[in-house]
Design a protein around this ligand. Structure first.
Ligand code: PGA
Length: 260
């Protein structure tokens, strides 16, 4: 049983002062929903690394989970500017986004680097939210599946972790991120089904069955329900619409209605 997961990616937004009112508003909204947070569905908030400590102090006991937006490939060493996965773990951070398209395209992170970061996360008991997705040019050229498959290949050497630890994949078409143009439910479902099929043949049947695949890219309160109806969409990674507690809460609420 794959319980829905909703992750808020704040990117480099929000001030530390905004954390407390946001969490108060979100958690009081979530308390009104049917189903138990943490048991029937999960909510992860990934603020900037500079905000993790303040966020950790506020979310304690509320059932919300803390995520980072990236992590280094190893616990410690001479890596200026990197964030130790071991320290994230010490800060009660359970999740980490790895391979986001902004990291791939703006900061030129390669598949090899992303594989290292995934390994660093797993070795330090963090749960990766591993992002994949094609650009518009790649989609137009009919290369969506081959691009996504190329990105998935880094998982092959991590099979042991993938089998024994919790992690999720996020399919985020680059052309849909921050553009207001989401993938249609059919377009998203096609790629999600492809990812699950790939996981079944290259990882294992049980891993493919248990692994949640999130959709990300211009998810909003008014488009999430149709996306959530798709059989292989297990939740969302939300950027812009996660910055307000109201709209992120509405995404969780409208999506959970689909299940019941
Ligand atoms: P968006 O971002 O919801 O603003 O499109 C999604 C993401 O980058 O994770």
């Amino acid at each position: 049983m794959r319980i829905p997961l909703f992750a808020a990616n704040w990117k480099m937004n929000q001030s530390i002062g905004e954390i407390s009112p946001y969490i108060e508003a979100l958690s009081s909204r979530l308390q009104k929903f049917p189903g138990q947070l943490g048991k029937n569905y999960q909510v992860v908030i990934a603020p900037p690394a500079t905000h993790l400590q303040a966020m950790g102090a506020v979310i304690g006991g509320k059932g919300l989970e803390l995520g980072a937006q990236n992590c280094g490939h190893t616990a410690s060493g001479a890596f200026t500017g990197e964030i130790s996965p071991k320290t994230l773990q010490e800060m009660q951070c359970n999740w980490v986004i790895v391979g986001h398209s902004e990291r791939r395209h703006i900061y030129l992170e390669t598949d090899a680097m992303i594989q290292g970061r995934l390994r660093g996360a797993f070795e330090n008991q963090l749960k990766p939210i591993f992002c994949v997705g094609e650009t518009l040019a790649e989609r137009k050229a009919g290369k969506t599946e081959s691009v996504v498959e190329g990105q998935l290949l880094v998982l092959k050497e991590l099979k042991n972790h993938l089998t024994n630890q919790d992690w999720v994949i996020a399919y985020e078409p680059v052309w849909a991120i921050g553009t207001g143009e989401n993938a249609s439910p059919q377009q998203a479902q096609e790629v999600h089904a492809f990812i699950r099929k790939w996981a079944k043949s290259h990882l294992s049947g049980p891993v493919a069955e248990k692994t949640r695949i999130l959709y990300g890219g211009s998810v909003k309160p008014d488009n999430c329900a149709d996306l959530k109806r798709q059989p292989d969409i297990d939740g969302f990674l939300v950027g812009g619409a996660s910055l307000q507690a109201d709209s992120f809460g509405a995404i969780v609420e409208n999506s959970l209605k689909i299940r019941s």
